[in-house]
Design a protein around this ligand. Structure first.
Ligand SMILES: [Zn+2]
Ligand SMILES: [Zn+2]
Length: 155
């Protein structure tokens, strides 16, 4: 359940478990494509101030293109998410804080899922740490060995 009823939250922490299909509109417009459904887990609970804190976890596999050699590969993704949902406009400048709106009936963690996924994957990806990339001159994949143009020797 990724959209939690406020009445349940007033009674205590609520498990957030769900599976979001890879083709879900939630991921539309993001510069990434999921190879598998996104598995969400975690706990959402009310804080003393009347906000709601989500300690979640996201797991999936993502289709990625290596930014050095442009090869396509699939990378496992598993990341914790800490997000605060609040009605307080003063807190909402923080990137991991998500606004709630009145009348407050539900807290929907899917808004945070989209943002956190985009954030976590913005630094990706390399097909491997020591990817040699492409020759800047001839475009050969230097993971296959040095190219014949010699352009790779200059750096
Ligand atoms: Zn690469
Ligand atoms: Zn070359």
């Amino acid at each position: 359940m990724l959209r939690v009823d406020i009445r349940d939250l007033r009674r205590g922490p609520v498990d957030t478990a769900g599976v979001v299909p890879a083709t879900d509109p939630l991921f539309e417009g993001l510069d990434l494509s999921l190879a598998e459904p996104l598995v969400v887990s975690g706990v959402l609970e009310a804080t003393g101030r009347g906000d709601f804190f989500w300690r979640g976890r996201l797991g999936t596999r993502v289709n990625a293109t290596c930014r050095r050699c442009l090869k396509e590969f699939v990378v496992p993704f598993d990341s914790p998410v800490d997000a605060l949902f609040t009605l307080d406009p003063d807190l909402q400048d923080d990137p991991s804080v998500y606004p709630l709106s009145e009348p407050l009936t539900h807290v929907d963690v899917t808004g945070a899922i989209r943002e956190e996924l985009a954030l976590a994957l913005s630094s990706y990806p390399l097909c491997r740490e020591d990817c040699a990339g492409l020759c800047p001159k001839c475009g050969a994949d230097l993971n296959q060995g040095p190219c014949s143009c010699g352009g790779s020797a200059s750096h």
